[in-house]
Design a protein around this ligand. Structure first.
Ligand code: DX5
Ligand code: ZN
Length: 249
C-alpha cells in the first residue's frame, strides 16, 4: 500500500496518479466480503448487459474463468474477453478477478494484466514455480492469487503466505459450472484460514444461498457464484440472496 501523502505535498493530478488511485480502490474490494459472479454461466450473447445487471444489484468483483483444455478438459475464454469487459466493469467501480485453470500460467499472466485484470489467480497444481509466478503477477501491478483443488492439502500454500494476496479454495473440482458443493469444504476453509492469517480466502464452486453461510463462518471472504446467479431467472435477486447468506456487501 502506498504511504500517506504529507499534508503539505502538492496534489498529483496526472492521469497516471488518477489511474493508480482507481486501481488501489479496486484492489481494496478484495479485502471486503464480496460475492463474485462468474461469467462462465452467463449468456455470452448478452454478456455486457448481464454484467450490468449484477453490478446494479451491488456486485463489484466479476470472476472470469479461463480453461485451456489441458489443466481441465474444457476450453473457455481468454484475455480477449477479459479485455472486452474490463472498461465496463472498471467504469462501474468494479474489479476483474481472473481464475486461470491452465498449465504454465506464467506464460499468460502478462496478457491478462494488459487486458485489465485486477487479481490473477492460478493453481498450485499447475506449476512447480509457485512463488516466482506470484511475484511476477504482483510486478505486473495485479493482486496475486493461489488456488488449490479439493484434493490438494492446505499445506500447499503455506510457503507462499507472504507472496499471495488471495487464496482460492476450490469447493468443487474445477472445470464446469453447476456442480454440487463439496460438503466438508467449510472445514478445509477453516484450516486454510488458520494457515494464511490475513490473506483473503476465496471459495469457488457450488456457492448458493444454502452453502455460502458455512464457508463464510469458516473464514471465506470472496464467494464465486456462477450458475446460482446467471442460471437464475432473476440474476440480481439471486446475487442479493447469496450476498445476504454470506454476510457480504
Ligand atoms: C469451476 C469454475 C467456477 C464456476 C463456478 O471450475 O472455477 O468459477 O464458474 O460455477 P458454479 O457457481 O455454478 O459452481
Ligand atoms: Zn472460477
Amino acid at each position: 500500500m502506498p504511504g500517506l501523502r504529507p499534508l503539505d505535498a502538492p496534489l498529483d493530478l496526472t492521469l497516471e496518479a488518477a489511474t493508480d488511485t482507481a486501481s488501489t480502490g479496486r484492489r481494496e474490494l478484495f479485502a471486503s466480503k464480496r460475492v463474485a459472479p462468474s461469467i462462465l454461466s452467463s449468456d455470452f450473447s448478452k454478456l455486457g448487459s448481464q454484467i450490468e445487471e449484477v453490478m446494479a444489484a451491488g456486485a463489484r468483483i466479476i470472476h472470469v474463468d479461463v480453461m485451456d483444455g489441458h489443466f481441465v478438459p474444457p476450453i473457455t475464454i481468454g484475455p480477449l474477453v477479459a479485455g472486452s469487459i474490463a472498461d465496463l466493469v472498471h467504469d462501474a467501480g468494479g474489479a476483474i478477478d481472473v481464475h486461470l485453470m491452465i498449465e504454465q500460467p506464467d506464460r499468460q499472466i502478462e496478457e491478462f494484466a494488459k487486458a485489465g485484470a485486477d487479481n490473477i489467480t492460478f493453481h498450485a497444481e499447475a506449476t512447480p514455480h509457485i512463488n516466482r509466478t506470484l511475484n511476477a503477477i504482483r510486478e505486473l501491478g495485479c493482486l496475486a492469487g493461489l488456488a488449490i483443488n479439493p484434493g490438494t492439502p492446505v499445506t500447499a500454500v503455506s510457503e507462499s503466505v507472504d507472496d499471495a494476496d488471495v487464496f482460492l479454495c476450490m469447493t468443487v473440482n474445477p472445470g464446469w459450472g453447476g456442480q454440487p458443493f463439496i460438503a466438508d469444504s467449510p472445514d478445509k476453509v477453516g484450516r486454510l484460514s488458520e494457515a494464511v492469517g490475513d490473506g483473503t480466502i476465496e471459495v469457488d464452486g457450488g456457492i448458493d444461498p444454502g452453502t455460502a453461510g458455512g464457508v463464510s463462518a469458516a473464514g471465506a471472504g470472496l464467494f464465486v457464484a456462477g450458475s446460482a446467479v446467471f442460471g437464475a431467472e432473476d440474476p440480481a435477486a439471486a446475487y442479493t440472496a447469496i450476498a445476504e447468506a454470506a454476510g457480504a456487501a
